[in-house]
Design a protein around this ligand. Sequence first.
Ligand SMILES: Nc1ncnc2c1ncn2[C@@H]1O[C@H](COP(=O)(O)OP(=O)(O)OP(=O)(O)O)[C@@H](O)[C@H]1O
Length: 764
Amino acid sequence: MTVQLNLYLKAEQELYKLDSSVKAKFYDFTHRFRENPRGNGLQLKQLKGDSRVYSARVDDSYRALLVRAGTAPDGGESWLVIAVRHRRDVYEQASVAINRVSGEIEFIDLSVVGADALRRAGIALTPTEPDEGQLLPPVPAPVPVAEAHPLLAGHSPQLLRELGVAEPLIAVALTLTRAEEFDRLLADAPLLSKDVLYGLAAGYSPDEVRAEITSPAAADTEIDPEDFHAALSRTRVTTVDEALRTILEDGDFQAWKVFLHPSQARLVNRDFSGPARVSGGPGTGKTIVALHRINHLVRRLPPGHDRPILLTTLTKNLAADLAERLSELIDDPALFSRVEIAHIDQLAHKVVNENTLAGRSKRLVEDRAAAAELREALAELGLGSQWEPEFLIEEWEQVLLAHSVGTRAAYFQAHRKGRGRSLTRPERAEVWKILDEFTTRLDRRGIETWGQAAERAARFEQERADRIETRLAYQAQIDGRELIHRDAEASPAQLKHRYRHIVVDEAQDLRAAHWKMLRAMVAPGPNDLFLAGDAHQRISDNQVSLSTLGVNIRGRSSRLSLSYRTTRQILAHARTVVADETYDDLDEGRDTLSGYRSVLSGPVPELHGHPTWEKELDGVAALLRGWRDELAVDENGNRRDTRGLIAVAVPDRDMVSQVMYHLATHADLTYAELTADGPRGGGDIHVGTMHRFKGLEYQRVLIAGATRELLPRAEHVDRLRDQDPARYRRELRKARSMLFVASTRARDALAVTWHGEPSRFLAG
Ligand SMILES: Nc1ncnc2c1ncn2[C@@H]1O[C@H](COP(=O)(O)OP(=O)(O)OP(=O)(O)O)[C@@H](O)[C@H]1O
């Protein structure tokens, strides 16, 4: 009977970082271990610190640490690999325990915390296999922490225990005085301990930590601290089988697929009585939650072949990315096919088409193309110098289209809330005349804007929802009998809502019309709408108040605050960019980034000014070449493909071309341009305008051209300051968000450069 061998998540992550020859040896080790753990030269032995932890030999240098986890279903032994380490890094004090709150198996390795902190806590570590000549440290006496203030002053060991911190961490955590020590201790700590300790250090009260962190992570059964077999079923592990080889060889392990943070899992699995929203700073896993939410919902559908779940987002690119990731998560094609994935404009277009007679469809154009028509209308009316096309287009979208204003009289009555500049009665008359001429022109040319299409789609869907409601009300009146005669007039599909569940990513950028359309597409009720978004990342003008659009998220809003993407140093910088603004919660309230934090640490972002654009380009090229060369070799000295690891974001299209040209001609670097359809070309460095960076992720990001005149574009915004202060503020806020989004795409390193004076957003 072979032994069942499982891999602890952290052990699996450690494995990916190892040299491929060690991975191969580990693979071989798993086979030998499963045959006979006590033979095959494995030298299985218990550690002195915790007899439940065993060490076994992988090769001359590497050791696996394991724990016995009861008996497998076939009666054989079950084991869990908790770490794979160089023998130098294995200490007798490694320990394993079952967390009394979550019931999961936790492995604690204090060797990461640093000699100083251990000394203060009176802990000495003994290597299991000291190198020759290596001196064992004497056991120190605990040193009182007088000189500096402990980060967790005021909290007792008992409190930490109750909140779920792993026992071996408690004494050390309470003595720590420096954030870096804290980071080191927690970098590899079990998740619950990490969250509780960071929460307390960030100033959350014990009650808040209990409510936000401990309770959601608590197991729903009684926990026996000695029953490793039961605990194994509550612990995220991979069972060692053929899949391990693929994972190890491809290195394509993606933690997000298997592992959710308790605050994420809570949102994925909960039943909401109506629309729910998750917000949170960049990289906190909103998209991951949205994907897992779909996975959760699709598995609870009644059997069928229809597609009652919609996943939608802002752009084609983002929708394609969601589709790819979802297909990795939902491996059953039959289930996957029950989810419709479409970007929001595509969806509106589909609705409009369905409701338009064949041959009558209009060509959809961007606002830019419509503005050209508007300019012509203005010229024809001889009013070109009096009115700004941008102002008129916004008036049209935000007042006429948004409120379905169809007549001159209705326009005189219309509310213009939030438009900033007021209009006199004669001015309104003139605006109406211009917009009337403008829409007639669009009509004549057979074109419409995406905004227009969205409004029409919303109207069609609302009419359909009204019909469904009337029908149901009538059916209730006649005691639920079938409506054969009435129903004969409509197709069966028209008699029910399109979807049972809708999940929206990048929700902060949808238009009011999109919300009206989505609201009408799903029957109001449990789990109808689930939205993920962050107002700090809004790069459009589409600020809405969801409750006024029939989407009531009150009492069902949550915020994620732990970033999985980027380092604390990058977050600290990015936060300064948006610090001077206030942000909405997609409704009437405020959203903030309070508590937004990261467990990752890295270099402080580099900020460089240059005298001219030419010099900046030289600096950019030099920095990128350095980065490329560093990334071209991995930790084990092997060469690595560097395509798509580094990106450059700039304020406008011209600069994209100039950067690409410079990289190719002066720096011998290859590039790929970021387009609306994703990267074009297969080169190393991705180059794009900042607003292309939404939803992306790179190892290193360089933001170039962060110059005062360019970010925001002075020639565009400065004149608005007096003419239209509300729009001026909106433009500034959009530009800030663009910089914020671009800065938070970086996982490990960020650099920001400019020429002349730096952007005002970098002042903080
Ligand atoms: N539970 C998790 N375990 C491991 N990695 C995670 C987890 N949750 C999120 N991540 C990783 O963190 C990164 C950011 O996640 P995601 O894109 O969902 O964040 P987001 O909040 O939607 O970000 P943004 O607002 O910037 O678009 C991704 O690389 C994702 O794989």
